[in-house]
Design a protein around this ligand. Sequence first.
Ligand SMILES: NC(=O)c1ccc[n+]([C@@H]2O[C@H](COP(=O)([O-])OP(=O)(O)OC[C@H]3O[C@@H](n4cnc5c(N)ncnc54)[C@H](OP(=O)(O)O)[C@@H]3O)[C@@H](O)[C@H]2O)c1
Length: 251
Amino acid sequence: MEKRLEGKNVIITGARKGIGRASVELFAKNGANIWACAKKFDTKFEMEMYHLAEQYKVWIKPVYFDLADENAISTALYNIIKEKEPIDILINNAAVSYGTMLGMMPISKIRQLFDVNFFAQLQMIQIIAKAMIKNKQGAIINLASVSGMEVYIGNLAYGASKAAVIYATKQLSKEYAPYGIRINAVAPGVVHTDMDQTRTEEQMREVLERTALKRGAQPEEIAKAILFLASEEASYITGSILVVDGGRIDF
Ligand SMILES: NC(=O)c1ccc[n+]([C@@H]2O[C@H](COP(=O)([O-])OP(=O)(O)OC[C@H]3O[C@@H](n4cnc5c(N)ncnc54)[C@H](OP(=O)(O)O)[C@@H]3O)[C@@H](O)[C@H]2O)c1
C-alpha cells in the first residue's frame, strides 16, 4: 500500500476517541508519526498508541493537556517544539458539544465551550504555525461542522463556535499562505461517535431525513477527508471547507 504521509510528523487533538482516534489509526497506517493529544492520562490509550506504533512502524507519543487551560496548551506545545522534530501537520479535532436555548444557558457555559472549540484551536495554530514557518511548509486541518453553516434551534453555543472556526479557517489561510502553510477545515454532518449521542432520537430522525445517503458517517470516513487535506494531493487547496455530510437535501 502506498503510504501518503511517510515520515511526516502530525499533532492530533482529541486522539483518544471518535474522529481523532480514527485519524490516528489512518495517519499511522499512512506512515505518519503522531503526537496523540488527549485531555487526561489513560492507561488503555497509552497501550493502544503503543500497539498502533508497533503495527505501522511509526512513533506515536501520547501528550496530555486540557484545551480549556491556556497555560497547559502552551506548556504542552512548547515541549513538543523542544523535541526539534519538524511539525508538518496539525489536526485541530477536539471539541465539546452542549447547549440549549439562550434563555436557559448561562453565558459562562457558552464561554467555556468557546474556550475549547474556538480559542484553543486559535492558540494551537498561533504556536504551531510559528514552528511551521521555519520549515516554510505545513498543513492545518480544523474540525468544523455543518452546524456552523445552518441554524438548529437550541444549538447556539456549538453552532456559533463552529461558524467561528469556519471564518478563522478562511481568514487564517490567507494570513499564513505566504509562509507555505495551508489551512482547511472538514465540516462533517452526523458522525457516529460519543458526540452524536447528544442528539435526541427526534433530532437524529430529522437530520437523517435530510441526508441524501440516509445514514450517518463512521469516524473513519471523516478521517479519510482529513487525510486528503493533509496530504500532497491537496497541495493547491487552502481556505476550503470540505463538507462531508452524506449530501444535504433541502426541502
Ligand atoms: N460526531 C459528530 O456528529 C460531529 C459532527 C460534526 C462535527 N464534529 C466535530 O468533529 C470533531 C471530533 O468530534 P467527535 O465526534 O470525534 O467527538 P468525541 O467522540 O466526543 O471526541 C471529542 C474529543 O475531544 C476531546 N476533548 C474534549 N474536550 C477537551 C478538552 N477540554 N481538552 C482536551 N481534549 C478535549 C476529547 O478528549 P478526551 O477523550 O481525552 O476527553 C475527545 O477525544 C469535533 O470538533 C466535533 O465538533 C463531530
